[in-house]
Unconditional design. Structure first.
Length: 115
């Protein structure tokens, strides 16, 4: 199982980014996918989750209405569209999936929101 995030970067407040996570080594369409984030000095927190076929999504209260999780099962990729970014969204963003009863994590992509 391998998860590789990309698409982070530096963005001004109010801007947008769309990180992605490419998955391999398992049947991607059979598993839910999640995005987490960890800000400096804080614990890792769940941001969003999407079901296997993409029909159900859940978001933390802190990002609801601003972030959208989606997936393309043909490309084995999950996305996180982030709009109206705030400085407090600055964090390393990780994708995660529980496969065969084990949690697998990518190495993360850094998102910095600053003017």
């Amino acid at each position: 199982v391998q998860l590789v995030e990309s698409g982070g970067g530096l963005v001004q407040p109010g801007g947008s980014l769309r990180p992605s996570c490419a998955a391999s080594g398992f049947t991607f369409s059979s598993y839910a996918m999640s995005w987490y984030r960890q800000a400096p000095g804080k614990e890792r927190e769940l941001v969003a989750t999407i079901s296997r076929a993409g029909g159900r999504t859940n978001y933390s209260d802190s990002v609801k209405g601003r972030f959208t999780i989606s997936r393309d099962n043909a490309k084995n990729t999950v996305y996180l569209q982030m709009n109206s970014l705030k400085p407090e969204d600055t964090a390393v963003y990780y994708c995660m999936s529980r496969v065969y009863g084990m949690d697998y994590w990518g190495k993360g992509t850094l998102v910095t929101v600053s003017s």
